[in-house]
Every structure is written in structure tokens, then in C-alpha cells.
Design a binder for this molecule. Structure first.
Ligand SMILES: [Zn+2]
Length: 684
């Protein structure tokens, strides 16, 4: 691992922060914290922490000795000074004399002594930082260190690798007890340059930021070198089928299998993030992969992300892909059963009241292909994949120099079900469509873009499909929530297939279709050019059929139901003069919606239509509104609000109707009118 310290960069940051009133110690603390946080082999997503001991002045001008320590919720790679809240040091040090300190009391003590009460909670490892006398303290979960400590006989190996320069701290859950034990071990030999925490990670310390950082990189390199020099050959590889199924073929099956069933056809779905590389595949093709996965996580805080460890599947045979769904189901059931047993056994050991979390894996290893991270959002799914890559690094190293033997699951349990962590999860309430993927055609138009935004605001990830790639990307960006834009001419079935493949590649599947794209052609029906009518049927009927077919194909693989929503327009029931080329295929599409409701209701797939009318959009442009209102001799305003309610109907109103249908999980074969009231177009 390269030492990235650079004098110029460090001094530049010090000078920049000086202008903002941040003193040198804290600026350098920010500098090396970012260096550590930028390296995934050291820390990942909120893992690890750093501190420095300095002084701070409060609002009335009193100066205090403080510990600036990483605040919870901050990522080291992008930390700012406010991510290192200052806590008065003296009361923290006084706590060392206590015999016991409950987690909640520890948090209260830390919060009560913040210089700025609006700061985030100081790290749960704050006391450990406080009890060490050094000005700068760095802590990471280095994968190379984990290779050494995730061994049955780790104490001996730590001594072999690091000699007397590093103290060895047996495993204790983070918190007051660990802080005291680590401080006692340091006091027994203050000549050490850091502490190795069994089954957990490494602390280094120094008089200045550079010394603590240099020591971190140095001891990580000592571990890396030891692993490289003492590596035994890798375990044999498992035999793979002659032809492997593709990730796209198995992603929807897997996504469906890890959805949490809430009963009565309802599910809490997850997003899947597929990740692969030569290194990933090389490792998970090992004949021992299921065994490694079953042993657990490489450092305990990964349990917040991937629970008790990954789930390993057998390699999928392209010739037997139809049978693979059952294979996945069996493995997920076995994982869930083991998880329940883990919970019940360990929960029964005391009388703390805990709620069991869902029992679904968050990381699935597929030999030959790669791995899938699962999470309620794309962000969480990607974090699970990131964690998976570092789990592989640590296990590979541990197996190279011995046998991967991480923290036992009994010791992991109190951490996964830590009251502080449970509180964090409880505050993270899902939105109505969290975990769901919506694909919207005509997604860059007025109604499509409004729908994408509204669905994304309600937790869904949107796949915005439009003819125009730039406009699709722009609508996706406006929608937010990691939505994506995809260019496709939806009258071409191959492009439709490609758009759905993209949805599967990025999110793992599709749950909601909003089949919205359309265009209007005019002319008296008896005099219409056949080619024009056929062209209208291609877009206003066959494209709806083509996207619905693809959506249903994926929904059936997932086995978690789904929703098809069609924009059928008022024309489907109430023809306008010279509008047959538009209305006739739309009437067929209205019937198509009912046919899907009938044929797939038993699979939990609902199908509904929305009849919108007179919406300002690409179909009804401002110029058209001006000309039509003029022709009728009414104002534009009266023309747009010429309905029973006397109010203009907007794209937002249509989007709201689609959202309603996405959530109304006992409604199918329905048609909803969004036109402000048009009695001639009212449904019977
Ligand atoms: Zn830690």
C-alpha cells in the first residue's frame, strides 16, 4: 500500500482551512483522515475513525482541551472539520475510572460534553481514542490486518508478524469495555506504535498527523508483505458448467427470491447490484466458497451491511437456467433458516427485547459470474457489493497464510443487534415505493417526466425511456434517486428488450411499468392513409404490448407480482372528430390493459389504465392550445379548464393517478379518468 502523504497537499489544505478559521491540527487531521478514507482496503462506508487532541473555544470564550473525533454518519474519504466534533477531554478521561458504562450512557456522556451541541454523535470508539495519550490516533479495518487476525491462533501470528512494536488486544465489542482494555494494554507497554485488535482491525498513533498515518501504512505493508511472502497455493477451483447462464438471466430470479414477503401478496423488494471482475470471479470459483461464506464477516461492523456473511450459490448452467430458480429459492430458504436460528439462539441468552431483522442475504456469490449486492436502495446494494469485494480481499489473505477464522457468530450477534445500531436502522423509514423499479416510456415528455419525478420522490428508482438519449438522461437526473435514462425507439422490439435489459443490469429487475409514450395523428377515418394508421398502431398499441410483454417476462421471473399502467387517453372511450388514427389504437390499448389484468392477476400482476385529457405536453403544445382555443372563440384558460371542475389538468395530476395505481395494491382492471370531469368520456 502506497503512502500518499504529500507535504505540498497537506500545507495547501492547512492554508485553505486557516482562512476559514480551522486550526492546523484539525486541518491535518482532516488531511490524513481523507487519505485513509479514500482507500477501500483500509475503510469502507463510514467504517474506521480518527481523532486528534487539541483545544477549542466555546461561545463564552473558555478554552477546553478537546478530542476531535470522527462523528457517526461521516465518511472518512470526504470528511470535513465539522465531521470531527470536539468533545471535552477531561470528562471522557474521568470515565476510565468507572467499572461499567452502558452504551446509552456512553453516548449521553459524549453528547453532553460536545463543544457544539448540534454536532453528530461522536464515534462509538471515542473513549478508546480518548484513553490513548497520543495527539493523533488512526483506526482502520485494513483487509491485510484482517488476514492476520481472522485466524484461530491470531495472537501468535500477530506476534510473529509485528513483533513487540504492536500491542495485541483480544476481541471485545466496541464501546467502554474495549476502550478500557485497549488502554490497559497500551499502559503495560507504552513503547508500542499501535494496537492490533483481534478479529477487528488496527489502531496506530503518533505525536503528529504524519506519524500516525505513516505508522498505519507501514504496519499495513508489514501485513501485506507477510501475506505475499507466506502465501500457500489457493484451494482448488470448482468445476463450472460448459456454458454459464448470464447475470441478466438470473438477476430477476434472485431479486425475487431475496424480496421480503409481508404476506398476502405484498413484498418489501430489494435492488440488486451486479459486480464482477477477474479477481472476484477467480476467488468465488474456489471449491471452498460456500464454506468461506458460511464462516462469517471479516470484521464485525460489516454485519450492518451483509448480516452474518454472504450467500454462495452454485454456478448457473445455461442449459438448465429454468431449474435455477428453484436452486436459488432453496439457498435463500437455507440462509433465512440459519439466520433465524442465529437470532433465536443468541437472543435467548439474555432478557433484552430485540426485534429480528429480515432474514434475507445482502450479498450473493455466483461462481463463474460474480456477485450481487442487495439493498433496499441502489446505494445500499452498491455498498453491499463494495463490502463484498473487501470481504474477498480479507478472506483470500487469511486463507493464504492460514485458515479464515473470523469472529464467531455468537460474538457478532450483540454487534448486529446493538441498541445503538438498531436505533439507527429504526430512524431509516422506507418510502412507499422504496426497493421498487419503475420503467416509464415517453419518459422525457411532460407526463413521463412528472411521473418519473413523483415515483422517485416516493422511493422508486426510475428507468426513463425516451427516443432522445439526452432528454431521457435529463429527466432521470431531475427525477433523482439514482434514476437512469435509456434511449429507445419503442416501436422496435429489439430496442425495447435492450431497455429492459438495462433496467435489469442496473437494478436487478422491474416492478412497475408506466407505458406512456404516444403520438397523435389526425384525419377523417374513411380517408386515412393506411400507412399512417398502421404507424399509429405501432406506437399507440403494439409498443404498449411490447413493453408490457417484457415487463411481464421479468415480473414472472421475480415472482413478486407487479403493476402495468397504461396511458390510454380519453380518446379510448370518447372519440374526437378526425382523431381516429389516435383513438382507435388507444381503444385497443385500453382493452389490452384489461387482458393483462385477466391473464396475470393470478401472478399478482395488476394492470390499470389512466385516461387523461387536455394536458399541456408534446401532444398538446402551447401553439396547438392557442390555435384550438382561437378556433372555438374561447380564451386559452377557458379552453384548458373546459371541464366539470373548471380547472386545468396538468401532467402532475396524471402522474398522481399513476402513483395511486402503483400503490393501490387491491385494484386491477381499472380505468381512472384524469380530465377534470368530461361526462361524455365517463366510464360506464
Ligand atoms: Zn473499528
Amino acid at each position: 500500500m502506497k503512502n500518499l502523504w504529500n507535504d505540498d497537499a497537506a500545507e495547501k489544505l492547512v492554508a485553505d482551512y486557516a482562512k476559514k478559521g480551522v486550526e492546523r491540527d484539525l486541518a491535518l487531521r482532516v488531511y490524513t483522515t481523507r487519505l485513509l478514507g479514500g482507500e477501500p482496503r483500509l475503510v469502507l462506508h463510514g467504517g474506521g475513525n480518527t481523532s486528534c487532541k487539541t483545544t477549542a473555544t466555546d461561545l463564552v470564550g473558555d478554552q477546553w482541551d478537546v478530542l476531535c473525533v470522527k462523528g457517526s454518519g461521516w465518511d472518512m474519504g470526504v470528511i470535513e472539520p465539522q465531521g470531527l466534533p470536539a468533545v471535552k477531554l477531561k470528562p471522557l478521561l474521568k470515565a476510565r475510572a468507572l467499572n461499567r458504562l452502558a452504551d446509552e450512557d456512553m453516548v449521553a456522556l459524549q453528547r453532553a460534553n460536545l463543544i457544539d451541541p448540534s454536532s453528530p454523535n461522536p464515534s462509538v470508539e471515542t473513549l478508546l481514542h480518548a484513553f490513548l495519550p497520543h495527539k493523533f490516533v488512526d483506526h482502520t479495518h485494513s483487509t491485510a490486518i484482517l488476514a492476520i487476525v481472522d485466524q484461530e491462533d491470531s495472537k501468535r501470528l500477530v506476534e510473529t508478524v509485528f513483533g513487540a512494536k504492536m500491542g495485541y488486544v483480544p476481541y471485545i465489542m466496541p464501546g467502554f469495555d474495549l476502550a478500557k482494555a485497549a488502554a490497559n494494554i497500551f499502559d503495560a507497554d507504552p513503547s508500542v506504535e499501535g494496537l492490533i485488535l483481534d478479529k477487528h482491525g488496527i489502531f496506530t498513533f503518533g505525536d503528529d498527523a504524519r506519524q500516525a498515518y505513516d505508522r498505519m501504512i507501514h504496519y499495513v505493508n508489514v501485513a501485506e508483505d507477510y501475506v505475499a511472502e507466506n502465501a500457500k497455493p489457493q484451494a482448488a477451483k470448482a468445476a463450472l458448467p460448459a456454458m454459464l447462464a448470464t447475470p441478466a438471466a438470473i438477476a430477476p430470479m434472485l431479486r425475487g427470491a431475496v424480496a421480503v414477503a409481508r404476506g398476502e401478496g405484498r413484498f418489501d423488494r430489494m435492488i440488486s447490484d451486479f459486480r464482477t471482475s477477474e479477481a472476484i470471479v477467480d476467488f468465488i470459483n474456489s471449491a471452498e466458497i460456500a464454506d468461506y461464506a458460511g464462516r462469517g464477516v471479516s470484521t464485525p461492523d460489516l454485519s450492518i451491511r451483509i448480516k452474518t456473511g454472504p450467500m454462495a450459490l452454485p454456478a448457473p448452467d445455461a442449459d438448465k437456467v429454468g431449474d435455477y430458480k428453484a436452486v436459488i429459492k432453496d439457498h435463500v430458504e437455507a440462509f433465512a433458516k440459519d439466520y433465524r436460528a442465529y437470532f433465536e439462539t443468541n437472543d435467548a441468552l439474555d432478557d433484552v427485547k430485540r426485534t429480528m431483522l429480515d432474514q434475507m442475504p445482502r450479498l450473493t456469490l455466483v461462481p463463474g459470474l460474480g456477485m450481487f449486492g442487495h439493498g433496499r436502495t441502489l446505494k445500499d446494494a452498491k455498498i453491499a457489493s463494495d463490502v463484498g469485494e473487501m470481504w474477498i480481499e480479507a478472506v483470500r489473505g487469511a486463507e493464504a497464510v492460514g485458515r479464515f477464522h473470523p469472529l464467531s457468530k455468537a460474538d457478532l450477534f450483540p454487534l448486529e443487534y446493538w441498541s445503538l445500531e438498531q436505533a439507527k436502522l429504526a430512524s431509516n423509514k422506507p418510502k412507499p415505493l422504496t426497493g421498487q423499479v419503475v420503467l416509464i416510456t415517453g419518459g422525457a415528455g411532460a407526463i413521463g417526466a412528472a411521473t418519473a419525478k413523483l415515483f422517485a420522490d416516493n422511493g422508486a428508482h426510475a428507468v426513463v425511456v425516451d427516443l432522445d438519449a439526452d432528454k431521457a438522461a435529463e429527466a432521470a437526473k431531475k427525477a433523482g434517486n439514482n434514476s437512469i435514462g435509456v434511449a429507445a425507439d419503442i416501436t422496435d422490439p429489439r430496442q425495447v428488450r435492450a431497455a429492459f435489459d438495462r433496467a435489469v443490469a442496473v437494478f436487478g429487475g422491474v416492478d412497475i411499468l408506466v407505458s406512456n409514450a404516444g403520438a397523435a395523428w389526425e384525419g377523417r377515418i374513411g380517408e386515412l392513409d393506411d400507412a399512417l394508421l398502421r404507424r399509429s398502431f405501432e406506437l399507440n398499441f403494439f409498443a404498449h404490448q411490447s413493453v408490457a410483454q417484457n415487463a411481464v417476462r421479468i415480473m414472472l421471473e421475480q415472482g413478486t407480482g407487479g403493476v402495468l399502467l397504461f396511458n390510454t387517453s380519453k380518446q379510448a372511450v370518447n372519440p374526437g372528430p378526425k382523431f381516429g388514427a389516435y383513438g382507435v389504437p388507444k381503444a385497443a390499448t385500453l382493452f389490452l390493459s384489461r387482458q393483462y389484468a385477466l391473464d396475470y392477476g393470478a401472478h399478482g400482476i395488476r394492470s390499470n389504465a389512466v385516461n387523461a385529457d387536455r394536458i399541456r405536453s408534446g401532444l398538446l403544445t402551447d401553439a396547438m392550445i392557442a390555435s384550438r382555443s382561437g378556433a372555438r372563440g374561447v380564451s386559452e384558460k377557458d379552453y384548458m379548464s373546459g371541464n366539470l371542475l373548471g380547472q386545468e389538468v396538468t401532467a402532475q395530476d396524471v402522474a398522481q393517478a399513476f402513483l395511486h395505481h402503483a400503490l393501490a395494491d387491491r385494484t386491477t382492471a381499472d380505468v381512472t379518468t384524469v380530465d377534470g370531469g368530461n361526462i361524455a368520456a365517463a366510464m360506464r
